[in-house]
Ligand binder design. Structure first.
Ligand code: ADP
Ligand code: MG
Length: 466
């Protein structure tokens, strides 16, 4: 597994995975460590995401539904630019997988070998993401139909540009197009990050010609997450020419992004204008009907993997569909948790157990935490006034509460550092970073501090003490 990492010498930081694991051991406890964390290997590191491997699907689902945030947080302490984690199922030779995995395992293993000899093979089409298992509602219908038309070769628009927020199904659609078209066409499916990685690698190894040929020979080019393409004139130049060459020979180009073309930053104007020249469609947040449909479908899909079927009640299905509204990924995560719970405890969770299992997801959805409410609650907790908190006085009895409020704002809201700075009497963003770091350190060393933070979190998030 390590050999995939050694040839990436230009990556500046190599994550010490053992260290990350031992920090997680401290954070999550020995039991969680032994049962789950220990079983994760670092498979490959990329610029801003990493690929972890686990022996079974079940372990992956369990880990993603419960510990992903903490794992990501810990990783980011060592490598700030990592913004997401992907998992691969890698069955260990000497270890037989759980029986319900066999079918899917096969696909996943084939999938993994793609990555290993990625020298020439850029594609990584996930056979589990197809048109057939993409559920349609009013929020994603247009994107779905446009994708289907491209794959049936009856679309005159080129390129197709699909955009929408995280977890709404963009990658799923790109995958579906790739899956369908690869039956009789040369398809290349690559994330913008990977495109950049291959580009740099090709320059270093003098394989630019091969790189160009590779891209320009394809009938279908699918590029995921184009918003991550940035900087590097030379690369954008290459991309632009590849793009034109492909359009000239009527190859299909499909691009996904988290925003419309004109909102892309760091991408040349002429490339953006090419994107806008085709068909631009968006995916919206899923509406209730679609959420309900997905919940039902995913539960069936998951429970069919097990010999002893679990029947998640309508009440719980309704509850999830009603409460988890942000995106499909979270919806799927919620379902995974319910099914995992049922397997582990051999019973279905009750409604109140469901609320506990999904606590953070529910809260994310209904997140109405404001800086103002955090300041008010922290002031009350430490018995200081808001004026004191926002003043420039640096007495010790004010500094800690202030830092605590700043820290809580950072972790509980999506506000940027400068925004937080502004809300705390125009403090500089470096002061904000310093506060966050200070509290993080104190929390680790000082159980009282940790305790207080947890209490405050509970009050802020759930309006309750203790
Ligand atoms: P994005 O690329 O937009 O961030 P993904 O395509 O990765 O989102 O979707 C997140 C998860 O939700 C995936 O597991 C995907 O299969 C699933 N998903 C998204 N939309 C749908 C849908 N309409 N029907 C079924 N599954 C979906
Ligand atoms: Mg995606």
């Amino acid at each position: 597994m390590n050999n995939t990492r050694t040839n990436k010498s230009f990556e500046k930081i190599n994550l010490d995975w053992k260290l990350v694991q031992s920090e997680l051991k401290l954070k999550l406890g020995i039991e969680v460590y032994e049962s789950w964390i220990k079983k994760i290997d670092l498979h490959e590191e990329f610029n801003n995401y990493i690929l972890l491997s686990v022996p079974t699907r079940f372990i992956r689902d369990w880990i993603t539904s419960r510990y992903l945030d903490q794992i990501l947080q810990t990783i980011r302490k060592h490598k700030k630019q990592i913004i997401r984690i992907e998992f691969k199922i890698l069955e260990k030779n000497n270890q037989k997988s759980e029986k319900f995995n066999d079918l899917n395992q096969k696909n996943e293993i084939e999938n993994v070998s793609f990555i290993k000899d990625s020298h020439l093979q850029y594609s990584r089409i996930d056979p589990n993401k197809r048109f057939e298992n993409f559920l349609i509602g009013s929020s994603n219908k247009i994107a779905f139909e446009a994708s289907l038309k491209v794959s049936e070769n009856i679309s005159h628009y080129n390129p197709l540009y699909i955009y929408g927020g995280v977890g709404l199904g963009k990658t799923h659609l790109l995958n579906s197009i790739g899956h369908e078209m690869s039956k009789n066409k040369k398809v290349m499916f690559i994330s913008a990050e990977r495109f950049m990685y291959q580009f740099v690698k090709s320059i270093k190894s003098n394989e630019m010609v091969k790189f160009k040929e590779n891209f320009r020979n394809t009938d279908v080019l699918l590029i995921d997450d184009i918003q991550f393409m940035n900087g590097k004139e030379a690369m954008q130049e290459e991309f632009f020419h590849t793009f034109n060459a492909l359009l000239d020979k009527e190859s299909k180009i499909i691009v996904s992004a988290d925003r419309p073309p004109n909102k892309l930053s760091r991408i040349q104007e002429r490339i953006k204008s090419r994107f806008s020249g085709g068909l631009v469609v968006d995916i919206q947040k899923p509406e209730y009907d679609l959420r309900r449909k997905i919940v039902n479908y995913k539960i069936n899909e998951l429970t069919n993997l097990y010999a002893d079927k679990v029947n998640v009640t309508d009440e719980i299905q309704d509850f999830i569909s009603n409460k988890v509204t942000t995106n499909v990924r979270e919806l799927v995560g919620a379902i995974n948790r319910i099914v995992s719970f049922s397997r582990i405890y051999n019973k279905l969770p009750s409604l109140s157990e469901t609320k506990i299992i999904l606590k953070d997801l529910l809260n994310l959805t209904e997140n109405n935490v404001t800086i103002d409410s955090i300041q008010t609650i922290v002031c009350k907790f430490f018995k200081i006034s808001k004026n004191e908190m926002l003043s420039s006085r640096r007495s010790r009895y004010l500094v800690r509460p202030r830092q605590t409020a700043i820290y809580l704002t950072k972790i509980l809201t999506t506000k940027s550092l400068p925004e937080i700075g502004r809300e705390f009497s125009n403090r500089d963003h470096t002061t904000i970073i310093h506060s966050v770091k200070t509290i993080e350190k104190l929390k680790e060393k000082n159980p009282d501090m940790n305790n207080n933070i947890n209490k405050l979190k509970n009050i802020i998030l759930y309006n309750k003490e203790g």
